[in-house]
Design a protein around this ligand. Structure first.
Ligand SMILES: Cc1cc2nc3c(=O)[nH]c(=O)nc-3n(C[C@H](O)[C@H](O)[C@H](O)COP(=O)(O)O)c2cc1C
Length: 340
């Protein structure tokens, strides 16, 4: 009999567990090191490489803040000045190095929409108007040209979304937007149950269905969770429910599955958004890309067990009669589909 088998058979339970822990810890390290090196080498963590994709991501991040700000029920006038400054700086370099292309065009469209929004509210938004005119002139572009680009917000209504939901899969899918205005109606527990039941049809690795949904509807508790999450300022307080989607780490049985919780949990969260949309509710995913302190704070506030991996939060509510959503540009499919 091998030494390994001898130890596993005759060592006391505690020793066996410790030996197994040490064994799996040693097996996990190479995978984590591999991911760590790849992330360090390729992610847009700092501007040292400044690849086109990284610069495009920064532009998207900044113009998204502009679109998001305008899709709130009561946008703060002249909001987002520091972000807009960063957006201008990125746009300048991007247009210079890559020409007139998305997402720079989308960023410019979002800024034009910002100017128009302020004009409707009697404000000039000179901090955008002037630098934008100069940017366009420097790159030989005109305002008329830029007005053809898509960006900013899209006015819509409950009735319009209701109709689109019944127009077949594509129409249903495309009529789901991140909703950042809610009308304060109840999210019925039975509806929540139906949505979760529908989302349970989500595929998962070996059908392990690691997901759980933790639902909160008490105002103080929702406020606390949203405060820790911090990405729903200006609309979270209108939500009628906050959901925390988790994946149970105990469902994952091999070191190669170290990220499966996020994949299965993320797919489930998407299904849940769609199931809520099908029932006529609006939702907005709220990211859980957090450092350990925030993770611990949310666990404590929401009573989430240590073995549950938090995937994301969702703000859920009822749709107002009329509202706006961020346009959230999607690039042409050929940039996404690589036919090999
Ligand atoms: C994982 C994830 C996290 C997100 N976090 C936030 C957030 O914290 N705050 C927010 O307002 N939107 C958040 N969003 C919504 C995105 O901004 C939105 O999905 C994206 O801009 C596309 O727009 P659409 O959902 O309307 O198609 C998140 C989306 C996902 C998938």
């Amino acid at each position: 009999m091998s030494i390994k088998k001898l130890i596993l058979r005759y060592a006391p339970g505690g020793v066996r567990r410790t030996l197994r822990d040490v064994y799996f810890a040693s097996k996990l390290v190479p995978g984590h090191l591999y991911d760590y090196r790849r992330f360090l080498a390729h992610a847009g963590l700092n501007k040292s490489r400044n690849a086109q994709a990284e610069r495009a991501a920064r532009i998207t991040l900044y113009y998204h803040q502009v679109e998001k700000g305008m899709s709130l029920a009561e946008p703060r006038l002249n909001f987002g000045k520091p972000i807009i400054e960063s957006l201008f700086s990125e746009l300048e370099g991007f247009l210079r190095d890559y020409g007139v292309a998305a997402p720079a065009t989308t960023g410019i469209a979002a800024l034009i929409s910002y100017i128009d929004f302020h004009q409707r509210h009697g404000e000039q938004a000179q901090h955008v108007r002037e630098p934008l005119a100069k940017l366009l002139a420097r790159h030989g572009l005109s305002m008329e040209q830029a007005r053809d680009w898509s960006g900013g917000t899209l006015p819509t209504s409950r009735a319009e979304i209701e109709q689109a939901r019944h127009g077949g899969f594509k129409s249903f899918f495309e009529s789901r937007h991140s909703i950042r205005q809610f009308s304060g109606g109840v999210v019925a527990p039975d509806d929540l149950r139906r949505a979760v039941e529908t989302a349970q049809k989500t595929p998962s690795v070996c059908n392990r269905q690691s997901w759980q949904v933790h639902a909160f509807s008490q105002p103080e508790q929702m406020a606390r969770l949203l405060q820790i999450q911090s990405g729903s300022r200006g609309f979270g307080e209108q939500a009628s429910a906050v959901l925390v989607v988790t994946s149970d780490l105990r469902s994952f049985l091999g070191v190669a599955e170290r990220y499966q919780a996020w994949i299965d949990g993320g797919m489930f969260a998407m299904s849940l958004c769609l199931a809520l949309h099908d029932l006529g509710y609006g939702s907005c995913c709220l990211n859980w890309s957090k450092e350990p302190d925030a993770d611990k704070a949310l666990r404590a506030a929401a009573g989430i067990e240590p073995y549950q991996q938090i995937i994301m939060l969702l703000a859920v509510g009822t749709l107002p009669e009329q509202f706006s959503v961020a346009r959230s540009y999607r690039p042409p499919v050929d940039q996404v589909l690589v036919l090999h």
